[in-house]
Each structure stands twice: as C-alpha cells, then as structure tokens.
Design a protein around this ligand. Sequence first.
Ligand SMILES: Cc1ncc(C[n+]2csc(CCOP(=O)(O)OP(=O)(O)O)c2C)c(N)n1
Ligand SMILES: [Mg+2]
Length: 350
Amino acid sequence: MTAKTSKEPKKTTRKAKSTNKLKFPKETYIKWYKDMLLMRKFEEKAGQLYIQQKFGGFCHLYIGQEAVVAGTVSGSKPTDLHMTAYRDHAHPIGLGTDVRKLMAELYGRKTGVSKGKGGSMHFFDKEKNFLGGHGIVGAQIPMGAGVAFAEKYKGTDNVVFVSFGDGAARQGALHETFNMAMLWKIPAIFIVENNNYAMGTSVERTTNVMDLSKLGSSYEMPSYTVNGMSPEEVHDAVQMAAERARKGEGPTLLDIRTYRYKGHSMSDPQKYRTKEEVKEYQSKDPIEHCLKVIKDNKFLKEEEIKEIQDWVNNEVMEAIEFAENSEYPAPEELYEDVYKTEDYPFIKEY
Ligand SMILES: Cc1ncc(C[n+]2csc(CCOP(=O)(O)OP(=O)(O)O)c2C)c(N)n1
Ligand SMILES: [Mg+2]
C-alpha cells in the first residue's frame, strides 16, 4: 500500500490491501484471540448485569466490533494515544486496563477507572494512554486533533487514534478539524468505526455520499476503506497510517467497516435491520476467525485454548466481585476532579 501525497487529490480513496495469507505470527493471533474474547465476555456480562439493574446509566456494547480495537492496538505502539466515543468498553481492555477497574466504573464505585464518576460512557485511563470515553457525538474529533497537535508540539513521535462513528462523521466539526489537521500535518489517525448505523439511522439514510473515506478528499487527506471484521487488515492500515504520521506526513482517515451485533444501547428494538443482516456479519466473527487460525495451524493445543477461555471467564467473574465489594464515592467527591478556576490566568493583557 502506498501513501498518497497531497499532489494526488483524486486518488485519496482506495481499498487498503487485504491480507490473504498468514503473515502474522502465532503470538499475534493468540493475543488477538485472548484480548477480543475478554472484550466480548466482559460486555456479555455487562449487558446481563445492566438488565438485572445492577448498575444504571447508559450501556453501549461494542460486541462485533472487537477487531477494530484489536488491530489498532497491535498496529500501534504503547506510547500512542487513543480516544473514542461512548462505545468505549473494548478500547481500554485492548490497551490492558484491569477489567476490575472497568467493571467497578460501570457500577459507579470509587475503585472504578474514573473513580465511579464516569460510568460506561466515560472510561478514562491515563496510564494506558486512553483519553476517554466521550458522550457528545463527535466531540473527540477536534479534541483528538488537539492532543495530536500537542504531541507534535512536544516533538514526540506518538500518534493519536481518534475513533468515532459513522453518525459522528456527519458533525461539522469534522471538517474544521480535517482542514487544520492537514494544514499542520498533525499525527492524528481518524478512525471511523463504521457500523453502518447511528442509533437506528443507516448511512444510506443519512447521506448522498455513502463512501465515508471520501470525507477526507476535500482536504487531500489520505483515506482508506478497511475491513473491520479482520484484525489483520485493521493492523496493516493502522500501521501504515502511523508510519506516515511518525514521519511528519500528517493524518490519515480510515473508514473501518464493522458491525455491532447488539442494539445501539440496551433499549433498542432494532426494527431498522433484519436478523439475516446481523447473522451475516456474525458469520464473519473476528474471534471465531482467530480461533480457527489458531486451531488450523495448531498454534495451541485444545487444553491451552481452554486455559485461555477459563482465564477470561475468571477475570470477568473476579471483576464483578471486585465491583460489588467496592464502595461508592463519598458525596464530597462530586466537587473533586472538576475543572474550575478562580480567574483566567491564561488570558494575558498586553
Ligand atoms: C451532539 C450529540 N447529538 C446527539 C447525540 C445522541 N446520540 C447518541 S449516540 C448517537 C448516534 C451516533 O452514531 P455513531 O456515530 O454512528 O456511533 P455508534 O453509536 O454507531 O457507535 C446519537 C445521535 C449525542 N450524544 N450528542
Ligand atoms: Mg455507527
């Protein structure tokens, strides 16, 4: 896959190279399998617990979309930064946040990753470079660009992965952000987690331009369409985009085609799609795919696979126990971690 220069505006939309043969090592498949299984099992349990009213607020599940995070994490480096929307459970899991702290956050407990004050939509883990969890649709697009600008300003070679949905891609702020991002060649990788629906509205019902990778064209931003059911393709696309960004060549837009098997949130009758459509994507499930590769290539023995599955189940059960045994934050905590300032010291009068 070749990167496009700003002199090739007409070619900014193309398919990312697909991976047909096994070019990833055994360890990568095992890690993808283990991480994605943990994301899936964590969320399956979270969904059940939500229905049992063990915790409140919102709860948007990423089930079906796991390969997007798995490929992004494997295609990036640990000092890179990540931001996403409210569908944010899988990202910190992929980055290695302890699921106990995540479950405790769902339960609103003080041991949670956002001290129990964020809930499902506002996971945040500075240690793992996970900068949220954002509930305002599209808000993280300009904010992510700001973080990328800061990295460039500080002279690091870190890149910032700014993920948002196909619905968020329609926010006007995207255009202002893309314009400045290209002008300043900031190290941002814009990832559309394109699951084809914004709540119950399909991409088709939203726009005349259904190929979202074209959103980068007016700014000559290199843009690619990527198969989001394949961790291999996501990894390749992310790595290619990150390499460009690290060399100072600026941002890339990745329209990653994925699918959520569950409803938008926990209260969604899903009348806008057919069961067959859901089944078709489930037949391309990335976790099943990795398990098949592992089995076909005898990367692990049956008992080793079982060990991973048991470990995952145990992690999730321990996370629930941890959450349920943790305390709620004290009422005074409401006044902590709130941005406030007595005056405006950053405004200087000349
Ligand atoms: C500014 C703003 N407008 C509307 C909403 C209500 N809302 C929440 S999620 C959502 C749909 C977003 O869909 P998409 O960006 O495709 O993300 P997905 O849920 O599919 O991951 C909307 C309209 C909101 N949270 N913020
Ligand atoms: Mg969507």
